[in-house]
Write a protein that binds this ligand. Structure first.
Ligand code: IPE
Ligand code: IPE
Ligand code: MG
Length: 254
């Protein structure tokens, strides 16, 4: 029996975020070049995007390349950029067929022109779709995001657009690159690393975290279902007591 049958379709996480990690080690363990792992990783991306769309997940954010990843050897960075641009170009028709809307978060200015262009084209060509919103975090880091939000707020205070004492949580959210999306409810990291690596530090405040030893190229739909099932077994308390949450869900049912 597939784990899929055990998933409660009424209790799906609204937004899943994934740190797709372990491509390099997966390849090296097979005596292959790290780039081979990234190529295989694309296959996992296809499967997981399809799996989320089939389930009816509304938002999926994939961490594809961090600000810090620019410091990797030039051949790996170039290989990754070419793979990204090529994959996106190839996938546009599938995205449209599956009603998936592509969005990008990150410091896109750092990308080579050809990669930026093919990404922007794909975002444009899928913008009318109304199914799954697929958000690719590319040249992204949370500290970069928070810094540019602070600069944006400072500039608008200076020009008189907002007053300092009007700034609240909603104002801050508005200046984040994720302002159009709800916070992730489930965050998955593959490959046995237990860290956040500068990913959505603000937005993950109350996300359920799920770590698995499976390397990203081996991560398939069944692994996704496993993570969602695990999520559904947790009690999310948001600072309250377990008794309060139980009473609230009992009254919700009436
Ligand atoms: C994740 O796999 C993909 C990117 C960071 C681009 P890694 O390339 O980090 O693989 P490992 O962690 O070295 O195995
Ligand atoms: C995080 O993975 C970034 C992405 C998956 C894109 P890394 O492999 O770069 O993270 P660290 O360096 O192990 O923390
Ligand atoms: Mg890694």
């Amino acid at each position: 029996m597939s784990q899929l049958d055990k998933i409660d379709k009424n209790q799906l996480p609204l937004h899943i975020a994934i740190i797709m990690d372990g491509n390099g080690r997966w390849a090296q363990e097979k005596g292959e070049d790290r780039l081979f792992g990234h190529y295989q990783g694309v296959e996992s991306v296809r499967n997981i995007v399809e799996g989320c769309a089939e389930l009816g997940i509304e938002y999926l954010t994939l961490y594809a390349f961090s600000t810090e990843n620019w410091d990797r050897p030039e051949t790996e960075v170039t290989g990754l950029m070419e793979l990204l641009a090529q994959t996106i170009r190839q996938e546009v028709s599938t995205l449209n067929k599956n009603n998936i809307k592509l969005q990008m978060i990150g410091n896109i200015e750092m990308l080579p022109d050809y990669a930026r262009q093919s990404l922007q084209e794909a975002v444009d060509l899928t913008k009318a779709n109304s199914g799954l919103t697929l958000i690719i975090a590319l040249s992204y880091s949370s500290r970069w995001e928070l810094l540019q939000a602070v600069k944006g707020i400072a500039a608008d205070v200076k020009s008189g657009k907002i007053m300092p004492d009007q700034i609240n949580e909603n104002t801050l959210r508005h200046y984040l690159v994720t302002s159009a999306f709800p916070d992730p409810e489930l965050m998955i990291r593959t490959s046995g690393e237990y860290r956040i690596s500068n990913f959505l530090l603000y937005q993950l405040a109350y996300a359920e975290l799920y770590f698995t030893d499976t390397r990203w190229p081996d991560f398939g739909k069944e692994h996704l279902y496993e993570a969602i099932l695990n999520f559904q077994q947790r009690q999310r308390r948001f600072g309250k007591t377990g008794d309060q949450i139980q009473r609230e869900s009992a009254t919700d049912m009436h």
